[in-house]
Design a protein around this ligand. Structure first.
Ligand SMILES: [Cu+2]
Length: 281
């Protein structure tokens, strides 16, 4: 009888272990560190996570538990926000609101269940850290037995295309210049409006109204950038694909202020999902 009890306790213990295993905790370790980059010919400070920009692509499957260990090797606080992810509020990564900043050398763990699928991203929510490298793809796969699994789409080979911008200016300075509403970026982008041109085009009144409103010539994508980046570089080759292959591009606009327009030389692109939601085809 005693032995029986012992064995059944062991069995229960093993079952609990298996059940815990079945929860599929997927762990990532992120080492956040100051670095120097040279995108434009000038060496500038940036932040690399696990040695790179953008941050590593994190993959999970719906039903997993995400466990993300942050190792802050900066000299300032940091935080990570999971963009568009359904999670308990305290994991949302907004400093002074849902958590305190992760102090230098202070270990921090984000842990939350993955209850959705789709292409998402994550980024720092502290200061201007996002602008200088702290952004990355956050990809949530469907379960194989998901009733919405689309054969020929959800099983395509996929690559993240993380679009971003690089400025040689200190991003805090960019922020300050936007508040001043000066014309510097418009000059750099050749987008200034002169009174003479406005009068010539018969839009003197509009020009005056805009000046009165202190409305700048460009309202969106209004910051001049030195480089635009795809997965952290000016150019990318994906030689693993050959003509005729189908590929799913997981396009993420990780730009701090730019809108991007994509074109494909090979014809039309089919949009299969948008903002993490499947599109009816
Ligand atoms: Cu965000």
């Amino acid at each position: 009888m005693k032995y029986h009890l012992k064995y059944s306790l062991t069995a229960i213990f093993l079952l609990i272990c298996l059940w815990v295993q079945g929860q599929q905790v997927v762990r990532y370790d992120l080492y956040v560190k100051d670095t120097l980059v040279n995108y434009s010919g000038k060496t500038k400070p940036a932040i690399a996570v696990n040695g790179g920009i953008p941050m590593p692509t994190l993959h999970f499957t719906e039903g997993d538990t995400a466990e993300i260990h942050v190792h802050n090797q900066l000299k300032e606080g940091t935080s990570l926000h999971w963009h568009g992810i359904f999670l308990p509020n305290e994991e949302d990564g907004v400093p002074f609101l849902t958590q305190m900043p992760i102090k230098p050398k202070e270990p921090y763990v984000y842990r939350f269940p993955i209850i959705q699928n789709g292409t998402h991203w994550y980024h720092s929510h502290s200061g201007m850290q996002e602008q200088i490298g702290m952004y990355g793809a956050f990809i949530l796969h469907k379960k194989q037995n998901d009733p919405t699994f689309r054969k020929g789409i959800d099983d395509l080979p996929s690559i993240p295309l993380v679009l971003s911008e690089w400025t040689d200016l200190d991003p805090d300075n960019v922020h300050r210049m936007l508040h001043n509403a000066n014309d510097w970026f418009a000059i750099k982008k050749n987008a200034t409006q002169s009174y003479a041109e406005a009068i010539k085009a018969g839009h003197f009144k509009t020009k005056l109204t805009n000046e009165w409103k202190r409305m700048l010539a460009m309202d969106v994508s209004d910051v001049y950038y030195d480089r635009f980046l795809i997965n952290g570089s000016s150019e990318q080759q994906h030689s693993q694909f050959k003509a005729g292959d189908k590929v799913r591009l997981r396009v993420i606009n990780a730009g701090a202020s730019s809108y991007f327009w994509l074109t494909y030389a090979g014809g039309k692109i089919t949009v299969v999902a948008n903002d993490g939601n499947d599109v009816d085809l």
